[in-house]
Design a binder for this molecule. Structure first.
Ligand SMILES: C[S@@+](CC[C@H](N)C(=O)[O-])C[C@H]1O[C@@H](n2cnc3c(N)ncnc32)[C@H](O)[C@@H]1O
Length: 251
């Protein structure tokens, strides 16, 4: 657990990690996105043709490209200059995605009520000031617009968690500790790189969203579909515990 780390340190680490991170991403994202997040997020977004969408924390941009190919008018922001560079390199000219290097916690260059939909895929737990980011998302949405975001499941992915195994290495059960800790901790993603994750309880997420003015439409704890299991049978064990949570909110 860490004290005195904030947005600038978090984004410095993402910028350093951007190339390694992006190598792991195809046009469907990484494996977890293909299996769990894309089916949920795309089904919640529905028909995006001609919709104005903000992809908040776009990374290397795979989701922006999927949405743009489906006819959406996409603006994509990320605070890491290197992520934005990679996203632009990976985006064919005919996809008119407006990439901008910006901080989701302060989008003051963006006008009120400019988007029909806002999507933020695995970003909110990376933000120091998620309250401010929620206020910005609310401000940028048209009345009746939707905000859909995914995060690591706050009840199961905590600063101290992992499988309890027996002597032969067999998985017995998933341990969870430090649930009520709120703040930064480090999570190893690459060999050397450690990203900053900001843990909050489920209550804090929901109360902050309600306080911001959002109406909670649905919550999803994605599981692999039958079809996906045929392709990737090893995901069978993901029926034991949820790794992700997806929120659907309305302004
Ligand atoms: C886990 S990645 C997800 C990227 C992308 N949404 C995807 O699904 O592939 C988190 C992204 O959030 C970006 N990010 C972190 N803090 C941010 C902030 N304050 N403002 C904008 N982007 C931020 C990082 O640079 C990184 O690209």
């Amino acid at each position: 657990m860490l004290q005195n780390v904030g947005t600038e340190e978090a984004i410095k680490r993402w910028d350093t990690f951007a190339d390694t991170y992006s190598k792991n991403h195809s046009e469907q994202g990484d494996l977890h996105k293909e299996v769990f997040l894309n089916p949920t997020i795309l089904s919640l977004l529905g028909n995006v043709r001609n919709k104005k969408i903000l992809d908040a924390g776009c990374g290397e941009g795979y989701l922006s490209r999927i949405l743009s190919k489906s006819g959406a008018r996409v603006t994509a922001v990320d605070y890491s200059p290197r992520m934005i560079e990679i996203a632009k390199e990976r985006t064919p000219k005919e996809l008119l995605i407006d990439y901008r290097q910006s901080n989701c916690e302060d989008l003051n260059n963006f006008k009120d009520k400019s988007y029909d939909l806002i999507v933020s895929n695995m970003v909110i737990q990376d933000l120091t000031n998620y309250e401010k980011a929620f206020q910005e998302m609310y401000r940028l949405l048209v009345n009746g617009g939707s905000f859909i975001f995914s995060i690591l499941h706050p009840c199961f992915i905590t600063p101290e968690c992992g499988w309890e195994r027996n002597d032969s290495g067999e998985k017995l059960h998933w341990n969870v500790d430090k649930y009520f800790y709120e703040g930064a901790y480090e999570q190893g993603l690459g060999d050397k790189q450690k990203m900053l994750i900001f843990h909050r309880t489920l209550t804090s997420y929901i109360n902050t969203l309600i306080h911001t003015g959002f109406v909670l439409k649905s919550l999803v704890e994605p599981k692999p579909s039958e079809e996906i299991l045929k392709k990737y049978p090893s995901f069978e064990e993901d029926f034991r515990c949820a790794d992700f949570m997806v929120f659907e909110l309305k302004k």
